[in-house]
Design a protein around this ligand. Structure first.
Ligand code: PGA
Length: 315
């Protein structure tokens, strides 16, 4: 064989000839003219110094040289297919680090979602920052992370948001509270009771105060605590009522507290995955966003069902 090598097209023709055993069918299948098929196969035969096919009646058959070319062609195309898979995998593999900063209320449900995500993409390393609103807002301004999680989005920064989950705020009271057995409690009535509220800047606090103001009432704030967890303990101890995200009640069970049926409650908002508009999302970030949109609500609904059925079998 000369130093020249068969072309990819000539190799494709030999493969097609082995399959269809007809020059005209090969031409038709590969969308080229029959003379072009004949010329290219003749050039290949000239290159090899041996014919690659022969006629047996009306059927075209590969010669031994043609069979040798076919074996190499199969290997070469297999190898090219593998190359494509390798490149697809390189482009498609979800790996590297995902950084997320979230406000404290999200700590009740985000770990469940991250567990499911990293189970699907074990090569991903997650860095999670949990802070108050000011801390997370500062990280958002500095473009420090792939994602932020807010229910109330801070203003003044250009962001892209993907709402993926409902955030319900509920009124909680000690189980033995005089309102605990009541139905249809009005805001007017509630405004006479003492409340323990989240710290200034908290999205939960802001939404609760806004609702009361909107209906012409004032929340009677007796205590401010910068932690939903500590608030639940305080409510359970009888220090007052509070307004909290339902996820902090469902996924952070504290005995001795009860959700009250109050008019205009639950306050319904959305949890939003937030990204800086200027940040180019990595493949991993895109996969995470899609995962949250597709599965976030479902995973939490199932987790809640599991908790409910587990607590119903407890003594
Ligand atoms: P926060 O969360 O009350 O913990 O600030 C809710 C939000 O972002 O609205």
């Amino acid at each position: 064989m000369s130093v020249k090598q068969p072309t990819i097209r000539q190799l494709q023709l030999v493969q097609a000839l082995a399959r269809y055993q007809s020059l005209s069918v090969v031409a038709e299948k590969l969308f080229i003219s029959q003379p072009s098929v004949s010329i290219q196969l003749k050039n290949l035969s000239d290159l090899l110094g041996l014919p690659v096919y022969q006629m047996r009646g009306r059927v075209v058959e590969l010669t031994d040289a043609g069979q040798a070319v076919l074996r190499s062609a199969n290997q070469i195309f297999q190898s090219l297919d593998n190359l494509k898979t390798d490149i697809d995998n390189l482009q498609g593999v979800v790996t590297g680090t995902l950084t997320i900063a979230v406000v404290t209320t999200a700590q009740y449900f985000l770990p469940l979602l991250l567990a499911a995500f990293t189970q699907r993409h074990p090569q991903v390393e997650v860095k999670l920052e949990i802070g108050n609103r000011d801390t997370v807002h500062a990280r958002l301004r500095d473009n420090s992370d792939d994602f932020y999680l807010f229910s109330q989005i801070p203003t003044g920064v250009e962001v892209l948001e993907s709402p993926f989950l409902t955030n319900e705020l509920v009124v909680v009271a000690p189980e033995r509270h005089e309102l605990a057995q009541q139905e249809n409690i009005s805001l007017a009535r509630l405004s006479h009771y003492s409340f323990i509220l989240r710290e200034a800047g908290s999205g939960t606090r802001e939404a609760a105060i806004n609702l009361f103001n909107f209906h012409g009432f004032k929340l009677n704030e007796k205590m401010t605590i910068a932690s939903s967890e500590a608030i639940k303990q305080a409510v359970s101890a009888g220090l007052g009522l509070s307004i909290l995200s339902r996820y902090s009640v469902d996924f952070g069970l504290v005995p001795g507290i009860k959700i009250l049926p109050v008019e205009h409650f639950p306050i319904k908002n959305k949890w939003r995955l937030v990204q800086r508009s200027s940040r180019k999302p990595s493949l991993t970030a895109k996969a995470f966003q899609q995962f949250m949109l597709d599965n976030g609500a479902k995973i939490l609904a199932k987790a809640k069902k599991d908790i409910t059925s587990a607590s119903s079998v407890l003594p």
